[in-house]
Design a protein around this ligand. Sequence first.
Ligand code: SDX
Length: 437
Amino acid sequence: MGKETLTITDNRTGKTYEIPIQNDTIKALDLRQIKVKPEEFGMMTYDPAFMNTASCKSKITFIDGDKGILRYRGYPIEQLAEKSTYVETAYLLIHGELPTKEQLDDWTFQINHHTIIHENIKKFMDGFHYDANPMGMLVGTVGALSTFYKDAKEIHDPENRKKQIYRLIGKMITLSAFAFRHSKGMPYAYPDNELSYPGNFLNMLWKMTESKFKPHPVLERALDVLFILHADHEQNCSTSAMRGVGSSHVDPFSAVAAAAAALYGPLHGGANAEVLYMLDEIGSKENIPAFIKNVKEGKGKLMGFGHRVYKNFDPRAKIIKKLAEDVFAVTGRNPKLDIAMELERIALKDEYFIQRKLYANVDFYSGLIYQAMDFPIDMFPVLFAIGRTSGWIAQWQEMLTDPEQKIARPRQVYLGYESRDYQSLEERSKVAVKSAV
Ligand code: SDX
């Protein structure tokens, strides 16, 4: 094996440059020495949507898109989904190791004792329209939490960060449940800290007049596994937003609000809802061929399919497909599952999808479970956000403590006008100006 370097020849000047290779990458800054004239800025890379750019070094989550591998801190997602809980997985992501019993008990106690929210938050909730989208409500209210916890700005104090982390994980289920109850016109149900994290969430969602809500164990476990599966996924769009916004050293509540806003998008965490809208639009198996034809003609997407990293199966989709049977045994089978499975069967044989390496991702089947559990479709991205909060926090903290990181501020390739002089309104009115957009 030769030297760990790249030798680049700039054919414009005939000069060659030796660039060190580290972790199978080169540092983009090492390209800046490549110039024609000494006064030039120097070479940059151009990578719209960061298709081939590593923005950070991380030890949190590993994905092998070709082999369908997903590991949190080295533990395969299949093992965590089978043996762990969301609260324990959140500890693992944030601290780097699975907790001892004492550590888990303390972590659980702290999170449980930060589920209550300031009563004023209810006034925000009440201010939303009756049909406000709960994800929009979550983005707004989690950001508003930054105004209640002024100490959250102390992001360089590890003890202070801990308190904000307990608050964020603890309060995400309360804010989410309150948004749901608002949309149903129901009174808010308060946390019951004797229940598990998913059980407490179900309690705040569904508690009626009974003195103590008892979650169904199968649904409680299913939700726990779904939170585990959604907990982190390396540098996805919303995590990049968390890191980017967090790099300005804003408080973590504001950074989570930005990450949740990114997750809300239909190409990202909003896809689980779009899948159900798509299945409703298809309506029956007989309509699938016509729908696939439209997709192949570029008239829409097969939502819940495709992934920037997974070019084979998404291991989470496989686990969710199995989980669905457990849930349907309790709730009754979601009839849309038949359409979804037929859609997947047809797509997996179709050259259009094979050639583009499009497979079912985490969002393709998750919505079917949520719907069977009586969640309205617009709550699905909220459920994604609850799970992903621990991943956002872990990545945010890793960014803050990484000496190589600083405020995120990409460069650009400028292709606009050169310098030009201002023209008065009269002069401009004489010549019709072509709009730039
Ligand atoms: C999540 O990044 C993460 O890790 C995300 C996530 C996480 O855990 O954080 O895994 C969660 O967001 C999962 C993805 C959920 N989104 C969807 O299911 C929406 C549908 N999928 C697509 O929009 C798309 O596949 C993306 C956004 C997921 C990935 O987009 P890419 O990598 O930019 O791929 P692309 O859009 O460049 O597509 C490549 C080709 C294109 O065709 P051509 O222009 O080459 O002819 O594949 C086509 C696309 O048109 N294509 C699809 C398609 N997805 C891609 N065609 C039909 N249906 C689709 N779903």
